[in-house]
Design a protein around this ligand. Structure first.
Ligand code: PXP
Length: 239
């Protein structure tokens, strides 16, 4: 059975809209682990729009499963990763103007820089996963630079507007996952997965772990709403 790593960035997004101390992604990490998550994922962005350095440092101390740090391949982030020593680093592309990560890293154009980051981190004992689009050439290059894992970008599949595009996107995912497995690179998958799209992955046992954030945090807001309102009503009644 594949594992689930829960991305808690959007708990921090909610906190940062008010720049106050709650909801704390650290508390969300504890609850996600108690519910059975196999790992906690945070993306420390250059612009610190959601996860803050303080979150990553506290999470490093309290996460009981594994802490996965998503980050851009740059000098600042490599320094932070070497200091924090997450259990896995997932390298992602990052653009300031994007709402969320928009696609995988392109190892064809950025091979040397990424290879250097992979070496630096892996030589210090941190396994590295590279987030790539479902494409066989990208897998070949990830294998060539010795990355421990790849995470296959599932966003194109999840966002496909027609059945034809959806089927094509899924077929690309299947081919890429099987090829990575054949090359003995570990395979994770993620981005945009929700309670509907996850069901398509039945039988694709080569995937070790799914990395899911937005849909889980969104559902948590709704399934927790009834209790949150009742608790406030109880307090008001007691006034
Ligand atoms: N995997 C990667 C590499 C990501 O960048 C993200 C988003 O931060 C996710 C998975 C999770 O995506 P979502 O929040 O859409 O589930």
């Amino acid at each position: 059975m594949a594992g689930l790593s829960v991305n808690i960035d959007h708990v921090a997004t909610l906190r940062e809209t008010r720049k106050i101390s709650y909801p704390d992604p650290v508390a969300a990490a504890v609850l996600a682990e108690l519910a059975g998550a196999n790992g906690i994922v945070v993306h420390l962005r250059e612009d610190r729009r959601h996860i803050q350095d303080r979150d990553v440092r506290i999470l490093r101390q309290i996460v009981q499963t594994k802490l996965i740090l998503e980050m851009a391949s740059n000098h600042e982030m490599v320094g932070i990763a070497l200091d924090i020593q997450p259990d896995l680093v997932t390298l992602v592309p990052e653009k300031r103007e994007e709402l969320t990560t928009e696609g995988g890293l392109d190892l064809i154009t950025q091979n040397n820089a990424i290879a250097e980051t992979v070496d630096t981190l892996q030589n210090s004992g941190i396994p590295v996963c590279i987030f790539i689009d479902p494409n066989l050439d990208q897998i070949k290059l990830a294998h060539k630079i010795n990355a421990t894992m790849v995470e296959i970008h599932t966003g194109t599949f999840c966002e496909a507007k027609t059945l034809k595009k959806r089927n094509q996107a899924f077929s690309n995912i299947v081919d890429t996952v099987k090829f990575a497995h054949k090359l003995k690179i570990g395979v994770n998958a993620g981005h945009g997965l929700c309670y509907n799209t996850i069901t398509a992955f039945k039988g694709l046992h080569e995937i070790e772990e799914f990395s899911i954030g937005h849909s889980i945090v969104s559902r948590a807001v709704l399934v927790g709403m009834e209790r949150a309102v009742k608790e406030m009503i109880t307090l008001i009644k007691e006034l």
